[in-house]
Design a protein around this ligand. Structure first.
Ligand SMILES: *Cc1c(COP(=O)(O)O)cnc(C)c1O
Length: 376
């Protein structure tokens, strides 16, 4: 690409450790002024000095330096070749499914984010695309489900909200054998805990709204790719759909990323403590936890306990979403998984006694004390 002359001075920081990479990003500081906080290029368009001289930037729908800094940073963190920052995780997913042609078949994790399910069932099935939902922890079942028309494998690991995990390397072997694209939604673990591309994934997608930004103050989506062909697809999608992340929102995610390692470490430590406490609680009947990170789901003894829990939490907030500094409690039945068909929900275990918690970075004793008083 010739469109990134601002990045001519991009000096490779490959030798840095991950915790330093999140702080220093792509360019890190502004190469022109030295501003340590990467500038917010709040501009729609870019001046051309003469007929044939361009800075490499034309129009912010196509390319913007602040968005590019975020994209570079994400490509570095996920170890891909290029990244694209979209206006939401859903916008990113729409562009991924935009790879499909009429009649293509996709295999997805059975317990997948409700919005991803909705994209398949309400939008792409109308284009004669077909979707199969599978438990990805069973590679044999997966291999049997692949058809000549299978184009893509779309995986969440751990899954949302049942926290089932899959072996990305194994899935990648199967995908490669059949010439199928492997897409991994890495929202729940972030590249701090899991780098799917290093295990063979072709595309990584994130709701940047969650752990990457980490502050519950922006909606964003990220796609990281591994080939020029895929990069060209997403560049065309962004240019045509006009869904590139705005400069200020890009800056907010960049700012959030600087503390990704610190936050993930704390989410994980807090998550483990809350899991230990939940394990011993008499009203907790089932517990779902991937063994790391800050996402926990559980089933309680009765609907009354759920209602009390959701109404009586004080510090913990009853709200949809995850991955931020604040501990949030979510009711998947009516919130995140409202679009999932009732029979699928029932089969997965998403019932009226089921809740999901995104453990924040507060003092774990306060999180536990709040749950305790609300579950009395
Ligand atoms: C939130 C979420 C999305 C959708 O992202 P938005 O930023 O809300 O559009 C996709 N996948 C997962 C796993 C999510 O948690």
């Amino acid at each position: 690409m010739t469109n990134d002359c601002y990045y001519d001075s991009f000096d490779k920081k490959e030798n840095l450790h991950f915790d330093s990479k999140v702080v220093h990003g792509g360019l890190g500081c502004d190469p022109i002024t030295g501003a340590v906080s990467f500038p917010i290029f709040q501009t729609a368009t870019f001046r051309h000095r003469t007929f044939d001289v361009s800075t490499g930037y034309n129009y912010s729908r196509l390319q913007n330096p602040t968005r590019q800094e975020l994209e570079r940073t994400m490509a570095i963190l996920e170890e891909g070749t290029e990244a694209f920052a979209f206006t939401s995780g859903q916008a990113a997913n729409m562009c991924i499914f935009g790879l499909l042609k009429k009649g293509d078949h996709v295999i997805l994790s059975d317990d997948i984010y409700g919005g991803t399910y909705r994209i398949c069932s309400d939008i792409f099935s109308a284009l004669d695309c077909e979707f199969t939902y599978l438990d990805m922890s069973d590679p044999d079942q997966l291999e049997a489900a692949i058809r000549p028309s299978t184009k893509m494998l779309f995986v969440e690991t751990p899954t949302n909200p049942m926290m089932k995990t899959a072996d990305i390397s194994k899935l990648s072997q199967i995908a490669k054998k059949h010439g199928v694209l492997l897409v991994v939604d890495n929202t729940f673990l972030s590249p701090y805990f899991q780098k799917p591309i290093t295990q063979g994934a072709d595309i990584v997608v994130h709701s940047g709204t969650k752990y990457l930004c980490g502050h519950n103050d922006v909606i964003a989506g990220i796609v990281v790719v591994t080939t020029q062909e895929l990069a060209d697809h997403f560049r065309l999608q962004m240019k045509s759909r006009g869904n590139g992340l705005a400069p200020f929102d890009s800056w907010l995610v960049l700012r959030g990323l600087k503390t990704l390692s610190l936050r993930m470490e704390r989410h994980d430590r807090n998550g483990k403590k809350v899991v230990e406490w939940l394990k011993k609680h008499p009203k907790v009947k089932k517990l779902y936890y991937a063994g790391l990170g800050g996402m926990i789901s559980f089933e309680v003894d009765s609907v009354e306990t759920v209602h009390r829990l959701l109404s009586d939490v004080k510090m913990i907030l009853f709200a949809e979403s995850l991955g931020g500094a604040e501990t949030l409690i979510t009711y998947p039945l009516t919130q995140t998984h409202e679009s999932t068909p009732p029979d699928v929900r029932e089969k997965l275990g998403i019932n009226e006694r089921f809740v999901r918690i995104s453990i924040g970075i507060e003092d774990p004793e306060d999180i536990i004390a709040d749950l305790e008083q609300a579950m009395k």
